[in-house]
Design a protein around this ligand. Structure first.
Ligand SMILES: [Zn+2]
Ligand SMILES: [Zn+2]
Length: 119
């Protein structure tokens, strides 16, 4: 078993349809990422809060997979490389009905300016 396989548990389902912390905060996100170890769904580094990366740093869970429909890539925070991994437990993306950014009812009218100011 290689190192990285220890951080991928294909049988763990995702935590939900949206970023765990943003749901708690009443915030919104651009794209979603899924922790390959515990299923935590968090927002991407182009989102305001970057909860996926925060989760990886706080927990030591170093591998994520995109939680966007049609995207299969994995990312290893330790080696900073993308790779192809196993098929994780479904669902493997947020519902297609969810907007990007999302969720639709919490995205502010000036979301593009907010993200530009966040870069
Ligand atoms: Zn978030
Ligand atoms: Zn995790």
């Amino acid at each position: 078993m290689s190192d990285i396989d220890e951080f991928i548990r294909a049988d763990i389902p995702p935590s939900g349809d949206g970023c765990v912390e943003c749901e708690r905060l009443g915030s919104w996100w651009l794209h979603l990422r899924r922790c390959a170890f515990c299923g935590h769904v968090g927002c991407c580094d182009d989102s305001l809060h970057r909860h996926a990366t925060k989760h990886a740093h706080d927990s030591g869970h170093r591998v994520i997979q995109s939680f966007e429909p049609g995207e299969e890539w994995f990312w290893d925070y330790t080696t900073e490389t993308a790779f192809e991994g196993p098929v994780l437990a479904p669902p493997r993306a947020h519902p297609r009905s969810q907007t990007t950014p999302g969720p639709a009812d919490r995205v502010p009218a000036d979301w593009e300016e907010q993200l530009a100011g966040n870069a």
